[in-house]
Design a protein around this ligand. Structure first.
Ligand code: TPP
Ligand code: MG
Length: 312
């Protein structure tokens, strides 16, 4: 059976519901943080690389209150939103990326390799899922009721380690929540050109539940996920697949998509849609988030370089 693998077609997306202030503020913080990063890279202020989550910000925002401090979060290369949703710490993250004092990991982890409490990220595709499964096993034994949440992209389903982890997660009833951000592309390869079958079918092959999210409305997504996440805490792994849209380049300046594909992604952007649907709510909070991030950039840019010692 052939199923559609690309993100939802570019029909006019539905009206978004009015968000709570803190959800909108967090969405906007992530949006402006990512936009500033691209600007800083363009200005030659940053080294290395970065992958922004522009267009996908609502995924960690929807999940935020469903995860507690006892839960582990394993993030990937596109992880700034995951970190900001967990800690709200734009200063520490920017300092990490810029290699300045106050950096989350002393400035040696950079954009992709963060560690703070029960939050870890890696830029190596497929690395985190087996580790998360191991942590989930440990949690099941020592802290029942907690879980390991791991974010992966559609392209990461090409890594064999994903299947070893899913096999054991199902066999051992692990509290493992696999969040798939299916943005329809892996670097420059459309999902339909690299993934046979479906993500749902692959989860089913291991007897693992699958929940598809096509909405970008946090108020719709969160209550639907709440009972499912509770099920994970009781020891059944779950795959939650978000059909989402990557607004920006893969990393920076490397967008190989045709202009119409970028335009279609923009039509689904929660940011423009929310501005249109709720201008009175959007504009003041947007201005506040923009100013906040500009302040973070000014403050962190003025800090001295970070120092790190393996013996500390
Ligand atoms: C093992 C490994 N192979 C290749 C890469 C280079 N790489 C980084 S991101 C990426 C594409 C990832 O696609 P996807 O999983 O769909 O995530 P997205 O970038 O779309 O968020 C690739 C090939 C990598 N980081 N790790
Ligand atoms: Mg992808």
């Amino acid at each position: 059976m052939t199923e559609t693998l690309a993100p939802a077609p570019a029909t006019s997306p539905a009206r978004l519901s009015r968000l709570a202030d803190d959800d909108l503020a967090l969405l906007l913080l992530i949006r402006h943080f990512e936009l500033e990063l691209l600007r800083l890279y363009g200005a030659g202020e940053l080294n290395g690389t970065t992958h922004t989550c522009l267009g996908q910000e609502y995924v960690p925002v929807a999940l935020r209150p469903l995860l507690g401090p006892g839960d582990f979060v394993f993030s990937n290369h596109r992880g700034h939103g995951h970190y900001l949703a967990r800690f709200g710490d734009a200063h520490g993250l920017l300092a990490e990326i810029m290699g300045r004092e106050g950096a989350v990991c002393g400035g040696v982890g950079g954009s992709q390799h963060l560690h703070r409490d029960r939050y870890l990220s890696t830029g190596v595709q497929g690395e985190s899922l087996p580790v998360a499964a191991g942590v989930a096993l440990h949690l099941r034994r020592t802290e029942p009721g907690t879980l390991a949440c791991v974010h992966i992209g559609d392209g990461t389903w090409g890594e064999g380690a994903v299947y070893e982890a899913l096999n054991l997660a199902s066999l051992w009833d692990l509290p493992l929540l696999v969040v798939v951000e299916n943005n329809g592309i892996a670097q420059s390869t459309p999902t339909g050109a690299q993934l046979a079958g479906t993500i749902a079918g692959r989860a089913a092959a291991f007897g693992i539940g699958h929940h598809l999210v096509v909405s970008a409305d946090v108020n719709e997504i969160r209550p639907a996920l709440e009972p499912l996440v509770a099920g994970v805490r009781r020891g059944r792994p779950l795959v939650v697949e978000f059909r989402t849209h990557r607004l920006g380049p893969h990393s920076k300046g490397d967008d190989t998509r045709p202009p119409e594909a970028v335009r279609a992604a923009r039509e689904h952007d929660w940011y423009d849609r929310y501005a249109h649907d709720h201008p009175d709510h959007f504009h003041p909070l947007d201005a506040r988030a923009r100013a906040l991030v500009e302040g973070v950039v000014a403050e962190v840019s003025a800090r001295p370089p970070s120092r790190w010692s393996p013996c500390e």
